[in-house]
Every structure is written in C-alpha cells, then in structure tokens.
Write a protein of this length. Structure first.
Lengths: 382, 325
C-alpha cells in the first residue's frame, strides 16, 4: 500500500512538491485579496500585491510658492526641497529619494534627478535626488510652477479600507441585512425537515418510497424556475419583495437537501433503541423529541452549516426576493451591483468588501469543517 | 419594525409554530379524533398511526410543493404567455429565443460549462485526493483546497479579478506577461477562451467538494484488493487506474452529476465578472437579463434549463431507488 504514494524517496518528494504547488495555486488568489485589502490605495495602483512588502515608486506633486524668490546677479533664483511640502510630510517623515521628476502631470517621471530642464513659464529647473530643487529665471515668476516627482516609498499597510467599508460605505448595513436573512433561513427549515425526515425514515405508510424519490427529484430542480411564479405569488398574497419573502423562499429551497440529508442519517440510527422505546409505550412524538433529535445532532449541524453558507453567499435569491433599495441590500448584492459599478477601479475597497463578506463563512468553515465533511458524505447519493 | 427585530420574531414564531403545530396536532389526533380508549380503542390506535405520518410530513410537503413543485408547472404555464401575461402565444417565447443569436451563444456556452467544469473539478479532486492520501500534512492541504467551498461566488469572482485584471499592477496574469515583455490584455475579452477563464473560478471552488468525497471513497477501498495487485507486480499507476478507479466509479459519477447540476444553476460568476458581455452568457445569467423585464421570456429560459437538468434528475432518482432496495 505504501508504494502507491511513494515507493521510493524520489516519488515521495515528487508527491510532496506537487501537492505543495497545488495548494499554493489554490491559495494564491485568496492571499492576493487579503493582502490587497490592507494596502494603501496609491500603492495598490502602482505595484502588484505580490510586491506589497517592498518599497514602491509613487508619484507626487508639489506646488512651489514663488514668494521665496530672490535676485542674484541679475537672475531670479528659487531654492528649496520638495520633501518640505507639509502635505507630503506624512509620506516622508525622514526625507526621501527622488528617482525621477517632471513638469507635466501626464509624464511625472520625465527626467532623471540632476538634469536641468526648461520650464514652460521660462527659466530652468533642476531637482536633485535628495529632493532639493533650484529654479533660475531671467525675470521674477508670478506663480510658482507645479513639480511632479517620483519617489520610493516604504510599504504601507493601513486599516483605512476597512474603516471606509465598514463605516462609510453602507457595508455595515449590508452585513446586518445578510445576517438577518441567513439566520432565520437556516433555523426554520431544520425543524420542518427533521419531522418529515423522521416520518420518511421510521414510519410505515403507503407511498413512502415515492415521496423519497420525489424529494431526490426536487433536490435538482433549478432555482431559476421558481423565481417568476413565486415572486408573483408573493406579490399577490401581499408579501411582495421583503425579508419575510426571502425567508420563506430560502426555507422552501433548502428543504429537499435537509429532508434528504436527515433521512439518510436517521435511517442509520440503531433500530433497537427506537423499537425498545415503542415497546415501552412511547409515542412517535416522544421518540422523535427525546431520542431522534439528540442522536441526529451531527446531521442537523451539518445541514445548518450548509444552509447558512448557502444563504449567506446567495446572490440570486436576494436579488429577486428582496427589494433593491440600500436598506435591504445584502452584502453580495451590494458588492455585485453597487461597489463593482461605482467603485470599479478602487481595488482596495473592493478587496476589503469582499474580505468582509467572506470572513464569516470562512470562520464557520474552519471551526466546523468536521460536520461539513460529514454532511457532504451523507448528502451525496451513494 | 427594523429587520433585525423582525428576524428574531420570525425565528420565535417559526420555531414556536413548528413545535406547537406538531405537539398540538398529535395531541388532537390521539385525544380527540381517535382516542385510545373506549370500546374502539384498538382500532383507533391503528387509525391514528395511519394518519400520523402525514401530520409529520405535512409542513415539509406543503413547502416543497409550493416552492419547488408548483413553480415547475407555474413557470411552464407562464412561459406560454407574452410579456404582459395577458395573451396566450403558445410556444412563441421559445421560438423567439431560438432565433436569437444571444440565446444560442448562451446554450453553446452552457454546454461547454457542463462538459468542462465537472470533468476538470472531478479530475483535480481525484488527483489531490490520491496524492494527499498518504501525506503527513495531507489534512492541512485538503482543508486549504476545500476552503473556496465556503466563499460566495461573488467573493470568488472578486478574488479572481486580482488574477485576471488587465492592469499589470493588479492582475497576476498580466504581470507575468508584462515581465516577459508582452502587451497587457484583458483575458475576459478574449472571445471563446474567456468562457474557460470563467470556468476556472467554478473549478477552483468545486475541486474541494470532489476531493472530500473521493478521498473518503478511496479510503473505503478494501486493502486486500490493492495488496493483491501489488503482489502481482502492478505499478502505482496500474494500481490507481485499474484497481482503485473502477472501485470508486460509482462515487465519481455521483460527484460528476452533483457538479453538473450546480453548473446549471450558477449565474453569479458570469454576472459579476463580465455581465454576459464578450460572448460569455450562460443560460442562468441570460435569464437574469429578462428577469423583471419580460417574465414570459425569463420563464422560457428557466424551462430550457429544467429540460437540461431532467436527464440528471431521472438518473438521480433511479440511483436513489436502487439504493433503497
């Protein structure tokens, strides 16, 4: 058996390396999102997230005031240092190094430091690597020129994206809305399904096999079919597009999996216990509440995880059954319809919003993976 | 009332109502309708036990019927009417759809998805399940590859934008092209192949699912069969393809069909990545372009999806019935 994975040292190493590469490939996109969500906006647009730990060349502009100009031997001279600009002080607490400079916004890094260039307003300009500049002109300049320069800035990580997303962008509201949708939509189908699953597993009645087959069939009915008829049904009975509507919809859509999964589990419970209880005079209701429910906890937990992940991550049902206004948007809708449109280029905000929306499912996933796997194994038709 | 309070109230009403319904209905059945006393006690107990399963089943059956069975019929019925819903036009919506180039593209793309995604996800799942089987850190590796299962399709799409973006400072693919001196291009605008770039996202999500189930199946293979093969001189590849794979063929099929069904439902990826532009529509996303605008067309598209799912559904039901015997 051992020689399958690696009959020799070389094989074993090859397997280890292959798996390592696969895992890295699988993780890479998520890591990119995670790193980007902590990066400064300017840094994101100037270097890839894989360069996040390194310094990056960013463009800056500074407006030079002309009032410091002095006359010297018939020429007007203006001297100073670009890093002295108070608005840039926070980026360069201990000075910086200019790697290129320019006089036009379209080409901020036109010239290498130290080169003397002509100013459009007349006169010459030179910016040195240490940031000091010298402007010489034949006549006094009324307005100081605007300088553009490129400087190496250290990597900068910030929580600003999270602050924007959580407090300024309406994402807090969307987060609460998602919770509001997901929790009732997870809890309500469990009980309904548990009773039905018990009947299908342990009670004898004509047509039982047919009903189980029907549940298996409904398991694969595409959701798309349900959208139009149910929305018009909801509208005609006065529910319309509302939270109540989406809870009912999620309950209905989650039931086949719940019934199927729980029945498969309950059938496997030991017959002796149930028959023993019956002989002792317990009613079906008592057996269900006292014996079946506690014993089925693993299956209940795994369905709850599935349904929670599904309702939390859902976009389609939320788009159709919830009103589209900002006070009932869930996070997926908010990201897909709002942020991608209005903030399409703001990668930091997008990454952060996405990370906020996947944080809870990831937490659930890593803490309760055991139940999830068990549910998957019970849920697939074997 | 704020939605949060409404939610808590719904939980209380829902759970309380459920327990109340089951308790009260059983009580009424046993004490009022068929009381287990008096001259007909024995017959009453039997009758009560005949009715009881239906009490247990009723809420679930009602919800399933209303939310899943009725829509199949309701959608088909609605698809026979025009946009306003007032005029019966027979199969007019279907005829219009099939004459539309966009619809034909969506069907073609959807077939590509159905062929490619389950195959690739099952392949990778099987590969990883086999490779990690005897690995000391196999469980960690599996858990990390399984992780995308928890991520929403919207979240996954955003994650993959950091791979596909046309900007070489954002997208990895273009960063690599850039470092090789190639011009940046938007992978999602490359006709035909962009479908596959979108499929990778779903494969990335579904491989974990395939891996978990196939890994359990591999562990369930009796050791003797493998030992016998090794003694007979089979090499690792022969053991894998001739001994292991045939024994877990049933599970492979299950994984395959489960992913196929999922593929026919997912609209989120196309919707968030391209919005169906550049020839990437699939049926579920194509349907959403009609949703809220033309219910007749929307239901017609939905019904076409249903027809595509039908063979899988029948296979599933037969499978389940065999298992019960």
């Amino acid at each position: 058996m051992d020689n399958i994975a690696g009959q020799n040292q070389g094989g074993r190493v090859a397997v280890n390396i292959t798996v390592l590469i696969l895992v890295l490939l699988w993780l890479l996109p998520t890591i990119g999102l995670f790193v980007s969500s902590f990066r400064d906006r300017d840094q994101i647009s100037n270097s890839g997230w894989w360069q996040a730990p390194f310094a990056v060349d960013l463009n800056f502009r500074t407006r030079i005031a002309s009032d410091g100009m002095r006359e010297e031997a018939g020429r007007f001279i203006l001297e100073g240092n670009v890093f002295d600009d108070p608005s840039l002080a926070s980026d360069f607490p201990d000075g910086g190094v200019v790697s290129a400079f320019g006089t036009r916004a379209v080409e901020p890094g036109e010239f290498p430091p130290g080169e003397t260039v002509e100013l459009r307003t007349g006169g010459t300009l030179v910016v040195n690597a240490d940031g000091s500049y010298l402007i010489e002109a034949n006549e006094e300049l009324t307005r100081g020129p605007t300088l553009y320069f490129e400087a190496r800035t250290p990597p900068k990580f910030t929580l600003a994206n999270y602050r924007t997303v959580m407090f300024a962008d309406g994402m807090d509201r969307a987060f609460i809305n998602t919770l509001t949708v997901a929790i009732p939509a997870t809890i309500i189908p469990i009980l309904i399904a548990a009773f039905a699953a018990y009947a299908l597993a342990w009670m004898d009645f004509p047509g039982r096999g047919l009903l189980i087959a029907a549940v298996v069939g409904l398991l694969v009915v595409p959701l798309q079919l349900a959208l139009v008829p149910l929305l018009s049904l909801h509208t005609s009975i006065g529910i319309g597009q509302s939270f109540l509507g989406i809870w009912l919809a999620h309950t209905g859509f989650g039931l086949p999996l719940a019934v199927y999964l729980l029945r498969n589990y309950m059938v496997g419970l030991p017959r002796d216990i149930i028959e023993g209880a019956k002989v002792d005079g317990a009613t079906d209701f008592q057996i269900f509440v006292r014996i079946i429910l506690p014993l089925s906890f693993p299956a209940l937990a795994s369905f709850a995880i599935f349904q929670f992940l599904w309702t939390w991550n859902d976009l389609l049902v939320a788009k159709v059954f919830l009103p589209s206004g900002a006070d009932s948007q869930v996070m997926t809708v908010k990201i897909a319809d709002d942020l991608l449109g209005s903030r399409g280029g703001d990668w930091g905000i997008l990454a952060t919003a996405a990370f906020v929306s996947i944080a809870v499912p990831l937490l659930v996933f890593f803490t309760m993976q055991r139940y999830l796997v068990r549910g998957l194994l019970a849920g697939s038709v074997k | 009332m704020p939605p949060v309070l409404q939610g808590i109230l719904t939980i209380v009403i829902g759970v309380g109502g459920c327990i109340g319904y089951f308790y009260a209905s059983n009580l009424i059945l046993d004490k009022v309708i068929f009381p287990a006393k008096g001259p007909k006690a024995g017959r009453n107990i039997n009758r009560a036990n005949q009715v009881r399963p239906w009490l247990f089943l009723f809420p679930a059956m009602f919800a399933l019927g209303l939310y899943l069975a009725y829509p199949v019929v309701g959608s088909f019925y609605r698809s026979l009417f025009d946009r306003s819903g007032a005029n019966f036009i027979g199969l007019g919506n279907y005829a219009d759809l099939f004459s539309e180039a966009g619809f034909r593209t969506a069907v073609f793309n959807n077939l590509l998805w159905v062929l490619f995604v389950p195959a690739a996800a099952t392949f990778f799942g099987l590969l990883i399940a086999q490779l990690t089987d005897r690995l000391s850190w196999g469980n960690i590796a599996k858990s990390l590859i399984f992780m995308p299962m928890a991520i929403s399709f919207v979240g996954a799409s955003l994650i993959w934008r950091f791979v596909y973006s046309a900007n070489p400072d954002i997208g990895i693919i273009n960063a690599i092209r850039d470092s090789m001196g190639l011009v940046a291009l938007d992978p999602l605008q490359v006709r035909f192949w962009n479908n596959f770039f979108l499929m990778f996202i779903l494969i990335w999500i579904q491989t974990g699912f395939a891996m978990v189930i196939l890994s359990a199946a591999l562990r369930g293979i009796p050791e003797e069969t493998i030992e016998a093969a090794i003694i007979d001189g089979a090499n690792p590849f022969q053991v894998f393809f001739k001994i292991k794979v045939p024994q877990i063929m049933g599970t492979i099929l299950v994984v395959w069909t489960t992913i196929t069904i999922l593929v026919l439902k997912v609209f989120d990826i196309v919707y968030t990545m391209t919005g169906g532009n550049f020839g990437t529509h699939i049926l579920p996303s194509y349907m959403m372009t009609y949703m809220f605008r033309d219910d007749g067309r929307a239901t017609a598209v939905a019904f076409v999806i249903m027809i595509l799912v039908l063979p899988v559904m029948i296979w599933n039901i037969r499978q389940a019935r065999q298992e019960m015997r």
